[in-house]
Write a protein of this length. Structure first.
Length: 83
C-alpha cells in the first residue's frame, strides 16, 4: 500500500495565457497539472537553496585570501550537475 504525503489545496492567480500554455503542455505530455506544478515548486526551492549556498560560499571566500584548486572547483561543478 502506497503512503501519500498530506496534501492541501493551493490557489493562485496567474495570467490566462500562462495557464493556457501550461494546460496545453500537460495535455501534450500526458501529465497532470498538479504534478507539474508540484515538481516546478520543488525544483525552484532546490535552486533557491543552492543559490543561497553559493552566495554564502562566495561571501566566505571573499573574507579570506585562499582560493580553491581547479580540482575542487570541478568537483563542485559536478556536484551541481553543471559538468
Amino acid at each position: 500500500m502506497a503512503v501519500h504525503a498530506q496534501q492541501v489545496f493551493l490557489s493562485a492567480r496567474i495570467p490566462m495565457d500562462l495557464k493556457n500554455k501550461l494546460s496545453e503542455y500537460c495535455k501534450n505530455h500526458g501529465i497532470k497539472m498538479g504534478y507539474f506544478i508540484t515538481q516546478a515548486i520543488q525544483e525552484m526551492l532546490r535552486e533557491t537553496a543552492q543559490d543561497s549556498q553559493d552566495i554564502s560560499m562566495v561571501q566566505a571566500g571573499l573574507k579570506t585570501a585562499e582560493y580553491v584548486s581547479q580540482k575542487e572547483f570541478d568537483q563542485y561543478l559536478s556536484k551541481r550537475n553543471i559538468r
